[in-house]
Design a protein around this ligand. Sequence first.
Ligand code: NAP
Ligand code: ZN
Length: 360
Amino acid sequence: MAKTTPKHTQVVSGWAALDSSGKITPYTFNRRENGVNDVTIKILYCGICHTDLHYAKNDWGITMYPVVPGHEITGIVVQVGSNVSHFKTGDKVGVGCMSASCLQCESCKTSEENYCDKVQFTYNGVFWDGSITYGGYSNMLVADYRFVVAIPNNLPMDRAAPLLCAGVTVFCPMKDNNLIGSQRQNIGVIGLGGLGHLAIKFAKAFGHHVTVISTSLSKEKEAKTKLGADDFIVSSNPQQMKSRHRSLDFILDTVSANHSLGPYLELLKIKGTFVIVGAPDKPMDLPSFPLIFGKRTVKGSMIGSIKETQEMMDICGKFNIMCDIEIITPHQINEAYERIEKNDIKYRFVIDIAGQSSKL
Ligand code: NAP
Ligand code: ZN
């Protein structure tokens, strides 16, 4: 890949965490000029993923401060490079978690660049030119067109934003495990947050029976009436857990905090599959007996490729799948972080970067 050294002359207003307090403050920085493969995007909305909190507070020990979080970005193309034919000025587009990959390895060649060894993320990454990447808590983004997707016209830009990470993260394990277009299966979703509520919507659109396994009894009514879940188990209730013993074909674990997998594995049928997408900072307890006695499989999954992200976005357009959101201003990000930590959000905060909603 040719190394380019674009100038970083574009001044951008954003919001960053400066240290592990995780407190978000206004932050001005520079982005590169629009290169031949780039599109420049006026950011309209950016979702707040729990991953943003993990990075802002250095939960995973890999944060490079200052960090400008945000990888659930929607906006309008305002400039395109000479090599870009996929997008034009005025297009509605989205950017998710990735900003670059090597484009040459087996993963990149088979459209699995999210598993490229050299994948770089939209923030807290190192771009091809050696610069640190800054995310969507900002008014403008320059992105390589190969890491940009189109947003279907019928999807509102605010409710589409979280699909760029939360959506594709729950969509891919369902696709990989043949849950699209398959016979009706019993699907479990652990954790009813940003990822979890979208998992219910996808699983219902694909015709499955969905059981939510949650720590929050208060979420039961809405999970069933508004999101369409068929069953709801409170994980701290041993009777409820026992009564659903060996009832599920597939479980998606979206929990952000540490938890033991044993009790959840018991909910799987023999040969059932358990996919972990939640990313607690500490190793999780994985007892051998529920695995051995049930011939069960545990595996992980990370976001999705750009091809899969576009496929997911188009399916959302077709089925009208979008996020349930609470819109905030950039000045409310710290308050939003506190509420996410208290598990007080249904189900995604989305930052109105361009002040669109106040103009409606
Ligand atoms: P979120 O909105 O905060 O939802 C997490 C949910 O987990 C909560 O709503 C809660 O649901 C449950 N939960 C919280 N604390 C718990 C505990 N101590 N024990 C059991 N359950 C608990 O977070 P999110 O944005 O959906 O992200 C979830 C996780 O996925 C994060 O760790 C994030 O970093 C990770 N993630 C991974 C990928 C990937 O590619 N693999 C992509 C995006 C995000 P209930 O109230 O229903 O229990
Ligand atoms: Zn995310």
